[in-house]
Design a protein around this ligand. Structure first.
Ligand SMILES: Cc1cc2nc3c(=O)[nH]c(=O)nc-3n(C[C@H](O)[C@H](O)[C@H](O)COP(=O)(O)OP(=O)(O)OC[C@H]3O[C@@H](n4cnc5c(N)ncnc54)[C@H](O)[C@@H]3O)c2cc1C
Length: 492
């Protein structure tokens, strides 16, 4: 792996787009040499640079090479972290799921095998600038030219949208003290939240583990907050803690896989999860009050009526010193709500998501969320067909950000890039991609909820999900899915 020691050079550099590197003496020569090394380009090969070595970017990189039998394409991945931490299934760490432990899943991967097995080059460096006109990228380790670029940096958090009145300092406190744990920063955020969970247990496990799901919009893995609630509930049961998981959701039902999560909350976590103040028994009572049973409330036409009788909790502010969250509690659809405050022992505050700011560096059209707007039925930018995109940052198409979509669309994108370079044909069939997402919800016996969808392409060339299927599955299926889909780009 080409390790360009980001740390030793980082301090010496001015980190602005297209910036001149400022340093002194021997270090200047070192930096200049590294800059030169990054720029070297083999004239016999077409170069594709991939920004972000996550689920989307790494899959595209490997797929290009899988479709390049004569080695005519050079693929270089630029990734800022030496290790990638896989978000899917990481919630099972909160539930200490035995089957996951037995499967020896490390969750953290480096790029050694990806490089060895796929003839790609991964450079550990941070992208800090781009000049699409001249097809060049600035990194903390130097500059690099490209013929095609694939922009795949994932998501960022949008605390400002959730709390416009918060200072930057308060946002920093939120990130540190109530981590969202929704992205891959080598696993630091997840470890922080796990450490807080363990410290809570060690101190007696009293009080609340509060989870605040994002308030909507385009969100990476919408079911993740509810899966996490189930896994923390399993932790509480395992250690017989007196505390509870409290979900404070602006929606009256889980925002994804809603009926199935409610069934699971009622049947398996009735005393350990409070969803918007409602225990399992309270939810069941409200279902019955609405005239339904456990068997028929999940039908589409019935579920919307049940929802109207469920409460909502709209978070307004957090006091980090007092460890209190203020929210507007509304008991049902007709209730305007009243302000309430809850104390927390541990809080997992998940703000709105937005496209990773790195995409901004590439001067192409982006949507209001920060996603790169693709050309109709394509995975390259509508403003520049040499700028491809992959993963959650992909705009225009209406995919829910997920690993499965990042991988399956990534495979098609890589194949399409290789064919375009090698044969001049610019083709991709996005209906061949797939959407499947599992959530682990019960530890004994292991149980998961699976959602799967087909992809259609509209007359306007918008690829989107259709034909949703929702089912309970043996949780070992999630482990198999993880090994087959999520681990594959890093291991095989
Ligand atoms: C808790 C949780 C559970 C999930 N469960 C599921 C699931 O069950 N099923 C499912 O399908 N999906 C799941 N997901 C979603 C899935 O993890 C994401 O959709 C997927 O990782 C998106 O891939 P990506 O390539 O867009 O982004 P990432 O995987 O985040 O990769 C982006 C990469 O870009 C790098 N990067 C960013 N900026 C720069 C820069 N300036 N320079 C260099 N590198 C940069 C980052 O370090 C990162 O490695 C889950 C997510 C979470 C958080």
């Amino acid at each position: 792996m080409a390790k360009l020691s980001r740390r030793s050079f980082f301090k010496l550099m001015t980190a602005t787009a297209g910036a001149t590197v400022v340093s002194q003496g021997a270090e200047t020569k070192k930096v200049a040499a590294q800059t030169k090394r990054l720029r070297e380009k083999n004239s016999k090969q077409t170069r594709v640079v991939v920004v972000g070595g996550g689920m989307g970017g790494l899959t595209v990189a490997e797929s290009i090479k899988a479709n390049d039998p004569d080695n005519k394409i050079e693929v270089i991945v630029l990734e800022r972290n030496a290790h990638y931490f896989t978000c899917p299934m990481s919630n099972t760490l909160f539930g200490e799921i035995e089957e996951v432990k037995k499967a020896n899943i490390p969750f953290k991967y480096d790029y050694t095998l990806a490089e060895k097995n796929h003839n790609i080059d991964v450079i550990i460096t941070e992208v800090i600038g781009a000049d699409v006109k001249n097809k060049s990228i600035t990194t903390t380790a130097g500059m690099i030219d490209y013929d095609y670029v694939v922009v795949a940096p994932g998501i960022d958090y949008n605390y400002k949208k959730l709390f416009p009145h918060w200072s930057d300092e308060k946002i920093r406190r939120a990130m540190k003290e109530t981590p969202a744990a929704m992205y891959s920063d080598s696993g630091k955020e997840k470890q922080n939240l796990l450490n807080q969970l363990h410290a809570w247990r060690d101190n007696g496990g009293r009080g609340n583990f509060v989870i605040v799901p994002p308030k909507g919009g385009k969100v990476r893995c919408k079911p993740a907050s509810y899966e996490r609630a189930c896994m923390v509930s399993e932790f509480i049961k395992k250690y017989k803690l007196p505390g509870k998981v409290v979900l404070l959701d602006s929606s009256p039902k889980p925002q994804s896989k809603g009926p199935k999560f409610i069934e699971i909350f009622i049947k398996h976590h009735k005393d350990t999860i409070l969803f918007n103040g409602m225990s399992g028994d309270e939810m069941l009572k409200r279902i019955k009050d609405a005239g339904f049973t456990m068997e028929n409330f999940k039908k589409k036409e019935n579920f919307s009526k049940v929802e109207d009788n469920f409460a909502t909790c709209n978070v307004k502010d957090v006091d980090f010193d007092k460890k209190e969250i203020t929210y507007i509690y509304a008991d049902n659809f007709d209730d305007d709500g009243k302000e309430q405050t809850i104390g927390y022992a541990v809080a997992n505050l998940i703000p709105y998501h937005k496209g990773n700011e790195t995409a901004k560096l590439f001067d192409v059209k982006r949507d209001g969320w920060g996603g790169i707007v693709c050309a109709p039925a394509k995975t390259y930018s509508v403003s520049d067909s040499t700028v491809y995109t992959a993963g959650d940052i992909m705009g225009y198409h209406k995919f829910n950000p997920s690993a499965q979509t990042s991988v399956s669309v990534g495979l098609l994108t890589g194949e399409s890039i290789a064919k375009r370079i090698l044969t001049g044909k610019d083709e991709i069939d996005l209906t061949k991609a797939g959407i499947t997402c599992f959530s682990m919800v019960v530890a004994h016996p292991l149980k998961a909820i699976e959602i799967s969808k087909d992809i259609i392409v509209t007359d306007k060339g918008v690829a989107k999900a259709a034909n949703t299927r929702l089912a309970f599955r043996d949780g070992n299926g999630l482990i198999g899915w993880f090994q087959a889909i999520v681990e594959t780009p890093f291991k095989y």
